[in-house]
Design a protein around this ligand. Structure first.
Ligand SMILES: [Zn+2]
Length: 273
């Protein structure tokens, strides 16, 4: 939830750009992989930055989000390029009063036809989270961090408890930033209704979910860079785990008592350790 004065579109585009650049730096969005969206529920004037307008049927009806604005990365666009040319890579959707259609605003330099093909998942999770919490701001990132995605290919890491007890043991920050741990969805076809439904369910109880053999989706009602931080914390944990596997598992990791002590000191509620 953000307080007034609300951030301007230009600032939010810059933050999306910085998130995209960081995700690229950590190897989480090769080529045109990954996508970003944010939802704003205060009135926005899109046409200063996005003068072109077209009609859009939304992937699902979201009547409670009538008038809400989404900034969404374009299909096939590179997240690392948002920072240098935001309007070439990002579109702006404003939901119509009936909630089932919207206006897609784009700039003259936009280099995409549609918004990301994962927008069905983005919209469904934004909707579910906003209805539940009433927040006026919500950010979602899908990225493909290498080590985390690799571990999702290994059967024993496909068990959520195993995944979390092994990844959240390497740094004190991990449990503090991800007290619910990582959610896990078995492999689903990209853009499918099954992936969308899995995201909605998993992100009710987690801030980040691993998509088996594909990547992750993270959410934040604080900032888009916070969502990127969550991807980075999870990927760093996976890097430690990968490193440990590669040297014959000689690392100790934090003990259960260590993690519980951290949680007690920082007043973190968790049920993993
Ligand atoms: Zn992907």
């Amino acid at each position: 939830m953000l307080e007034v004065p609300y951030p301007e579109i230009n600032y939010l585009l810059e933050m999306m750009g910085e998130a995209g650049r960081r995700l690229s730096e950590i190897g989480a969005c090769e080529g045109a992989a990954g996508n970003i969206s944010i939802c704003l529920r205060w009135p926005v004037e899109p046409q200063t930055r996005f003068p072109l307008v077209s009609e859009l049927v939304l992937p699902q009806s979201v009547p409670e989000l009538a008038g809400a604005t989404f900034l969404v990365s374009g299909s096939g666009r590179r997240l690392r390029e948002i920072i240098n040319n935001p309007t070439a890579n990002v579109g702006c959707i404003v939901v119509d009063p009936d909630g089932s259609t919207g206006k897609l605003y784009t700039a003259y330099d936009h280099s995409f036809e549609r918004v990301t093909s994962e927008f069905n998942s983005h919209l469904a999770v934004h909707y579910d989270q906003i209805i539940a919490s009433g927040t006026n701001f919500h950010a979602i990132i899908h990225a493909q961090p290498l080590h985390l995605t690799y571990l999702s290919q290994v059967p024993r890491y496909q068990d959520e408890h195993y995944l979390n007890t092994h990844l959240l043991r390497w740094q004190p920050e991990t449990i503090i930033n991800l007290p619910e741990g990582l959610g896990f969805i078995p492999f689903r076809i990209p853009s499918s209704p099954q992936l969308m439904e899995g995201n909605v369910q998993a992100l009710r109880n987690h801030r980040i979910v691993v998509w088996a053999k594909h990547g992750v989706m993270a959410r934040s009602d604080v900032s888009v860079k916070h969502a990127a931080d969550l991807v980075e914390y999870a990927e760093t944990a996976a890097k430690y785990e990968y490193l440990n596997l590669s040297v014959g598992e000689i690392g100790e990791g934090l003990s259960v008592d260590d993690v519980r002590g951290i949680c007690q000191t920082f007043k973190i509620k968790q049920s993993i350790f």
